[in-house]
Design a protein around this ligand. Sequence first.
Ligand code: GDP
Ligand code: MG
Length: 178
Amino acid sequence: NGGAVDAKNLRVKLVLLGDSGVGKSCIVLRFVRGQFDPTSKVTVGASFLSQTIALQDSTTVKFEIWDTAGQERYAALAPLYYRGAAVAVVVYDITSPDSFIKAQYWVKELQKHGNSDIVMALVGNKADLQEKREVPVQDGIDYAEKNGMFFIETSAKTADNVNQLFEEIAKRLPRPSP
Ligand code: GDP
Ligand code: MG
């Protein structure tokens, strides 16, 4: 699924979905480079980044991360993007109820057209903006639970829970039999 190298070293394709502006690119840059650039520009075209993490059981997981712009607006192109993905990370912004509704659209789309064994995570980003919160944390928890997804709130700005997001995904990947 998504390119196991061997029983101890996995390589997986991961796609990010969600409204424009929810912080997908910032989450990736925080995870891969440990940086946050508040002036970062809108992603143009597609960018590809990879990052390898080691788990406690000494397995490694190499995430091949596809961060594109365009799938937000051109929904018809989205299947090209998430085809073959082992992992989909659906992101919304906790200050934007619209983005939460859009996230639910992406989850349904993935359930219809994604890999049958795709690992899905629901991410409420911008958790540092508590005073502007408009999506209750419980709404995210409930929706994710109903849909068999892993849920976490992150802040690409403060780095809160960003590494945890990828570690939890790594733990949930189907393992090839040794
Ligand atoms: P994308 O379109 O989903 O890739 O969104 P970007 O990563 O380009 O981020 C959109 C805007 O949200 C940028 O101005 C970021 O600086 C800002 N942003 C992203 N993540 C966070 C976060 O965790 N907290 C705050 N406060 N702002 C964020
Ligand atoms: Mg982007």
